[in-house]
Design a binder for this molecule. Structure first.
Ligand SMILES: *Cc1c(COP(=O)(O)O)cnc(C)c1O
Length: 377
């Protein structure tokens, strides 16, 4: 048997290599490396894919959050609610603007921001006189957040929502695609994300014409209608034409890949649910399955045993963001973030990519079952 890959980008490339070669060659031939025709084509196709009116491609998923925050006119001292169990970028960007992340605990079953703790954190923050302006939700591991619940809370407290869908693009909630579930949605095309390029890339999705125009200006140093009259402070935040060309080929097979990820997740869950906590999807959620994540009390032992039989696993994330060195001085909601702390000790992600054949899936399932049952005995 071939060594099992946690994420198999080589198998995907083999599948579409000829098309990629042609697409890259085309860019080399026309030579428009910055904002070439492929960038526009990709943006149109991404909009068609998710149903958002505008797609603004950009440099990466971290900058994408900055674009969205600039639409919201983020200012020093603004307090923004973020989940405690996420990748650093979600809160990092707030600090660029001297804004303050306020950490909200996550739900033990979905791993996403807990609506109850969100509400409690808002009430607590208001009591403390913190100026709350918005919420950044994260569709962790590919599953959309419970937007029905979060939207209600946001509306009630007059807060905006930015959806950090770096892991969630491709997912949907009750038939509504990620990209349209919040006023502004950001994503990442980092190679290991469900839709990845061969370098850095990202995008912002919105239905708002003003925001779209603003972000197109910010993307090129705050350019106005005259290229050399910059009308605002912006950044160099563009997606390379070559990456857009690569993404066009990957987007063409993305829907099929999402289906395969979902089938694999279902097979894993059906085979493992009697011996461990498998991922829980909320009503109507379709996950992009960026990760397939189990909760295992003796996680480190199980990970080691799986490694010994050739099953690679990963821990996303071994530490809640609000406990990390650069973030621990920022506020968290009442009673802290015990769920995130528990998950950090117990989560384990199994190999997940659309090119896992059934034989390999069965091997992973069989080994995981054997080890879980043995370790529990
Ligand atoms: C990967 C990721 C990002 C950052 O994306 P980059 O393209 O690497 O900058 C932001 N938020 C979350 C939740 C992520 O997983």
């Amino acid at each position: 048997m071939q060594p099992i890959q946690f994420i198999d980008l080589k198998a995907q490339q083999k599948n579409i290599r000829q098309k990629l070669d042609i697409a890259i060659q085309k860019v080399l031939d026309h030579g428009i490396y910055i904002m070439g025709p492929e960038v526009k084509e990709l943006e149109a196709k991404l909009s068609a894919f998710c149903g958002a009116k505008h797609t603004i491609s950009c440099s990466n998923g971290t900058d994408a959050i900055a674009f969205a925050l600039m639409c919201k006119n983020i200012k020093a001292g603004d307090h923004v609610l973020v989940p405690s169990f996420t990748f650093a970028a979600t809160a990092e960007v707030l600090a660029w603007f001297d804004a303050i992340p306020v950490f909200v605990d996550v739900d033990l079953k979905t791993f996403n921001m807990c609506p109850n703790h969100l509400e409690a954190t808002i009430i607590d923050a208001k009591k403390k006189g913190q100026r709350l302006t918005g919420i950044i939700t994260v569709d962790l591991f590919g599953q959309p957040v419970d937007y029905e619940a979060i939207n209600k809370i946001a509306q009630h407290h007059d807060l905006w929502i930015i959806d950090d869908a770096a892991q969630g693009f491709g997912g949907s909630l009750k038939g509504q695609k990620v990209g349209t579930l919040a006023e502004l949605t950001t994503t990442s095309f980092f190679p290991a994300k469900p839709l990845g390029c061969y370098g850095d890339g990202g995008a912002i999705f919105t239905d708002n014409d003003e925001y779209a125009a603003l972000m197109r200006s910010i993307r090129v140093h705050g350019q106005g209608s005259d290229k050399y009259d910059n009308v605002r402070i912006g950044m160099n935040g563009r997606l390379d034409t070559i990456q857009a060309a690569i993404l066009l080929e990957k987007l063409a097979i993305f829907a099929e890949e999402l289906k395969k990820r979902d089938q694999i997740a279902q097979r894993y869950s059906n085979a493992l649910k009697d011996c461990i906590q498998t991922p829980h999807l909320i009503d109507g959620a379709f996950s992009a399955w960026a990760q397939y994540t189990l909760v295992i009390p003796n996680r480190d032992e199980v990970a080691q045993s799986l490694k010994e039989v050739g099953v690679p696993t990963f821990v996303y994330y071994p530490m809640p963001l609000n406990l990390q060195t650069a973030y621990k001085h920022y506020p968290a909601g009442p009673n802290g973030t015990p769920n995130a702390e528990k998950l950090a000790k117990q989560v384990l992600s199994l190999p997940m990519h659309p090119y896992l054949d059934e034989k390999t899936q069965d091997y992973i399932i069989e080994q995981t079952r054997t080890i879980l049952l043995k370790k529990a005995a």
